[in-house]
Design a protein around this ligand. Structure first.
Ligand code: COD
Ligand code: ZN
Length: 370
């Protein structure tokens, strides 16, 4: 058993508290990882707010980390102590029908199918002050040491800087892949990205890499526009500056609507606005954000009848164990610069400050270091 620090969420709506926790050794098929760095993603904030009823408190959140394998359980063959790894919040068991389908990146072991509050054997490896603490998405990267199933670990290049590539655990691949894999943005096309936080800016980078000729960033926080332009946005607009609905503004700006629209906020109203913003026939709208649990969307069916495509994306469509190591190699080859998303680096003791920066709209990505 290792005693180490972790940011524990004891109850909904309460700040995290950095505690000493005990982390049990990995059982068969599990890996214990020393987390070196972890990003703060809006999804972690949604957890603290209690937006996900399936998450059980007390819990150690965090899902955008990178670290080094400390020890492995019986039967683990794909990683060994000392390997640099990224814990994956979307598993790839390699055996289910989705994993066997080349077109799919879903896995039946994902949290969408089964809760991941405890490890697959339905026990926790974390305790604090005599109480069992729950895992989050199996990864719980706000703990200095975490235990996760082997099929949810990606081994990465030993040269990778962990304080930078932690973003490749969630935010960057989610947005970048939404453009490249899910929408399959074509060269010369027009794109609109609703919400340019860390994930939305990664969509902007993906659209640019795919050769889009016009990328319109839509956000109510104009402080985000400078970074959006730096990363490839050609136009930046705030819905607050117009009397008419933003879908009408985008349709006028582009003639018939954009070729691709992305919703990266997680609201039903912006989701329907994004759908109506792409052109009526060949337009593709990708849902990246997740509206509050229980939300229902009502849309005019004519929006779809004319030919539009409305689709979702999980972690940007990447088959995670296969693709995240390749994305890390592309990062090392400087094919993209996800470092530009990192605005703050803080010690784990300042985790709540990191969340305050996010809530105030002042950060894109804060990276916490142990
Ligand atoms: N109109 C325009 N922009 C808006 C509006 C609005 N009505 N409301 C908010 N925004 C902007 C904010 O100003 C901000 O710039 C941006 O939207 C949101 O960015 P962040 O930095 O708060 O959030 P991200 O980029 O870290 O995460 C966004 C997600 C949509 C991914 C997240 O909120 C979410 O829904 N997560 C669940 C989806 C999921 O599972 N993703 C993969 C694992 S996290
Ligand atoms: Zn995330």
């Amino acid at each position: 058993v290792i005693r180490c620090r972790a940011a524990v969420a004891w109850a909904v709506g309460k700040p995290l508290s950095v505690e000493e926790v005990e982390v049990a050794p990995p059982k068969a098929g599990e890996v214990r990882i020393k987390i070196v760095a972890t990003g703060i993603c809006r999804t972690d904030d949604h957890v603290l707010e209690g937006c996900f009823p399936k998450v059980v408190f007390p819990v150690i959140p965090g899902h955008e980390g990178a670290g080094i394998v400390e020890s492995v359980g019986e039967g683990v063959t794909s990683v060994k102590p000392g390997d640099k790894v990224i814990p994956l919040c979307l598993p790839q068991c390699g055996e289910c029908s989705f994993c066997l389908n080349q077109e799919s990146n879903y896995c039946v072991k994902s949290h969408v199918s089964e809760p991941q509050n405890l490890l697959p054997d339905k026990t926790s490896r974390f305790t604090c002050k005599g109480k069992q603490i729950h895992h989050f998405l199996w990864v719980s990267t706000f703990a200095e040491y975490t235990v996760i199933p082997e099929y949810t670990v990606a081994k990465i290049d030993a040269a990778a800087p962990l304080d930078k590539v932690c973003l490749l655990g969630c935010g960057f691949p989610t947005g970048y892949g939404a453009a490249i894999n899910t929408a399959k943005v074509k060269p010369g096309s027009t794109c609109a990205v609703f919400g340019v936080g860390g994930v939305g800016l990664s969509v902007v980078m993906g659209c640019k890499a795919a050769g889009a000729s016009r990328i319109i960033a839509v956000d109510i926080n104009k402080d985000k526009f400078a970074k959006a332009k730096e990363l490839g946005a050609t136009d930046c607009i705030s819905p607050h500056d117009f009397k008419k609905p933003i879908q009408e503004v985008l349709t006028e700006m582009t003639g018939h609507g954009v070729d691709y629209s992305f919703e990266v906020i997680g609201h039903v109203d912006t989701l329907t606005a994004a759908l109506a913003s792409c052109n009526m026939n060949t337009g593709v709208c990708v849902m990246v954000g997740v509206p509050a649990s229980g939300s229902v969307i009502s849309v005019d069916p004519m929006l779809l009848l004319s030919g539009r495509t409305w689709k979702g994306t999980l972690l940007g469509g990447w088959k995670m164990r296969d693709c995240i190591p390749k994305l890390v190699s592309s990062y090392l080859e400087k094919k993209f610069n996800s470092d530009l998303l990192i605005t703050h680096t803080l010690p784990i003791a300042k985790v709540n400050e990191g969340f305050e920066l996010l809530r105030a709209g002042k950060s894109i990505r804060s990276v916490l270091l142990f």
